[in-house]
Design a protein around this ligand. Sequence first.
Ligand code: ATP
Length: 253
Amino acid sequence: MIDSDLPRSAMQHPLRVVELTKSYGVAPTEVTALAGVTTEFAAATFTSIMGPSGSGKSTLLQCASGLDRPTSGTVYVDGTELLQGSEAEITRFRRARIGFVFQQYNLLPTLTALQNVILPMRLAGKKVDRRRCIELLTEVGLRDRIDHRPAELSGGQQQRVAIARALASRPSVVFADEPTGALDGASAREVLAVLRVAVDVHRQTVVMVTHDPVAASYADSVVFLADGRIVGTMTEPTAPRVAEQMLRLDPAS
Ligand SMILES: Nc1ncnc2c1ncn2[C@@H]1O[C@H](COP(=O)(O)OP(=O)(O)OP(=O)(O)O)[C@@H](O)[C@H]1O
């Protein structure tokens, strides 16, 4: 199916989650991490997921990205049900349609920056567009570092390689799990600016879990979770407004 054949709603909302629930363990010690989350993420938007510790942010990201299976509910990526089929089919779909950015970068230490960016395309069986990979590394400010290995790069530089890697295959959705959690303020701002460019210039759809109100303020909107449920959303967030809302949800924070 080529993109122009997709239903309009799927093109406008590359990610939709419907009534997602996730429980761990069994009664009486069962934990409900997600208690029925329904929402959609519009194309070419940047959304932050925030909430107190244990509110279900990571679980939502894991289930919405196909890294974990929800207990019930449905995830649609480009209008296609993500969690149908065998693990191998889900993995194939995920590699083709979803990009990931993790707190600890997760670059392969023996590969250069460029080889790290190219790798997911190879794994997905896509034609490797080396020029585009070099362009992406140039765009994230690392043209002179493409042959460096991760150990030769700073944390912020490694994260920018990881973002170039996530964008290389033009995924439908990019999930970022605390992408600035291990970085100092200046490096974090560079990483967030690169994510903003991914949305504004490349029209990517980015969903980011963060604890940091400043990081959240780079997004177009914030979805707040508490006890596994969506308890609020905020458009055009600013760091003080996000911090105030977090204080309301978790007075101990
Ligand atoms: N593998 C697991 N087994 C049992 N319980 C789990 C597991 N993973 C998460 N939980 C529980 O599910 C709930 C939601 O966890 P989750 O990690 O999604 O929250 P979070 O909002 O990402 O938290 P944090 O901000 O601390 O990272 C918590 O009560 C947590 O203890």
